[in-house]
Design a protein around this ligand. Structure first.
Ligand code: PMP
Length: 361
């Protein structure tokens, strides 16, 4: 078996022990005579997996009973629409902190449904290289909610402070840095994440919602799009993505066995430190466009002196067993996504390759 060093932005690397466990479970799950894929979502066997996934998430993050944990379909993008559908009430306006492509998409959806505005925007000519400072946030104290994107997958920026938003409910899209470190759920009315970067396969969104906020959701929208529908039915209103939830359960169990989120953070910081160290250590050649205090620990982006060299870098890296390094088409350059499941050895191999490439460039 040859597994490459996987720097894909999402779907992305999964922990090898989690994949091997799924392989063992694939044909017959825990002596039940069939694969988990073949089990009814209403049966006891699947129900145990479903409940474990939620319980593990609560345990790892420290989520209190004031919150609901939901497993929904439609990825994070459906949340862009579902949030304003539920919480952008007539006569109210929502604040969006624009820090990249995904937060802009979230705002565009809200604009179709009600009044909403950018309460921060640090872009220049469509390019984001930093997170706004607290004093740059132009917040509306009466807003229905504030929406932020904690990590910007394409531009490689990440919030490293918790914005102060007063009494307004704070909603965070954590798709590309969910569970990269411990965080205080009590600061948020809602967080959500597409699973396919840090915690599992695509096609699943993990949504955590404070119950009192959830209760304010509109009731005059389609039942399937109401959060209370899914909360009342323990995310089993309709057939959920059972396999993705099973994979998330396994990833969370793996994270717990690693020592929980504090251990995950330590390793992530080590990986990011190693890669940024290599980039900054040869700043005449590599150039990270992101301001230092806004740099992402998950998606590291950088440029080479020319697009020709960037193309060659990606090609030669692929030949050396390192994939997924081409920057997003809207940003260009190189991007290494070093999510939770990317091992330190992969980052070390990349840094070694960079040094060798530099000598031949
Ligand atoms: N938010 C962020 C921060 C993302 O990176 C992505 C996907 N790259 C999305 C939302 C959209 O997720 P999905 O494809 O699951 O709808």
């Amino acid at each position: 078996m040859t597994r490459v060093h996987n720097f894909n932005a999402g779907p992305a690397a999964l922990p090898l022990p989690v994949l091997e466990r799924a392989q063992r479970d694939m044909v017959e799950f825990e002596g039940s005579g069939m694969s988990l894929l073949e089990h009814s979502h209403r049966g006891k066997v699947y129900e145990a997996v479903h409940n474990q996934a939620g319980a593990l998430l609560r345990e790892l993050v420290g989520i209190s009973d004031d919150y609901e944990v939901l497993f929904l379909q439609g990825g994070a993008s459906l949340q862009f629409a579902q949030i304003p559908m539920n919480f952008l009430h007539a006569g109210k306006s929502a604040d969006y902190l624009l820090t990249g492509v995904w937060s802009k998409k979230a705002l565009s959806e809200a604009k179709l449904l009600g009044k909403s505005r950018a309460a921060a925007d640090t872009s220049k000519d469509g390019v984001f290289t930093r997170i706004p400072r607290q004093d740059e946030l132009k917040l509306d104290a009466e807003a229905a909610y504030v929406h932020m994107t904690t990590n910007n997958t394409i531009f490689g920026t990440q919030w490293h402070y918790d914005p102060e938003v007063g009494k307004v409910p704070l909603i965070a899209d954590m798709s590309s840095d969910f569970l990269w470190k411990p965080f205080d759920m009590n600061r948020y009315a809602m967080v959500y994440a597409g699973a396919q970067k840090n915690i599992g396969p695509s096609g699943l969104a993990v949504v955590v919602l404070r119950k009192d906020f959830l209760a304010t959701g509109r009731k005059d929208i389609p039942v399937i799009l109401r959060y209370d529908t899914h909360a009342e039915n323990q995310s089993l209103y309709n057939t959920p993505n059972t396999f993705a939830i099973y994979m998330v359960r396994n990833v969370l169990e793996h994270m717990k066995a690693q020592g929980g989120l504090a251990a995950v953070e330590k390793l992530n910081r080590e990986k990011a430190g190693l890669l940024y160290g290599a980039i900054d250590g040869d700043a005449d050649f590599w150039r990270c466009p992101v301001e230092k205090d806004s740099r992402s620990t998950m998606n590291v982006v950088w440029r080479l002196p020319s697009e020709e060299l960037e193309e060659r870098f990606v090609k030669e890296a692929t030949k050396n067993g390192m994939v997924g390094l081409k920057g997003h088409r809207s940003a260009g350059g190189i991007r290494a996504s070093i999510y939770n499941a990317v091992p330190l050895e992969s980052v070390a191999a990349l840094v070694e390759f960079m040094a060798a490439f530099r000598k031949t460039a």
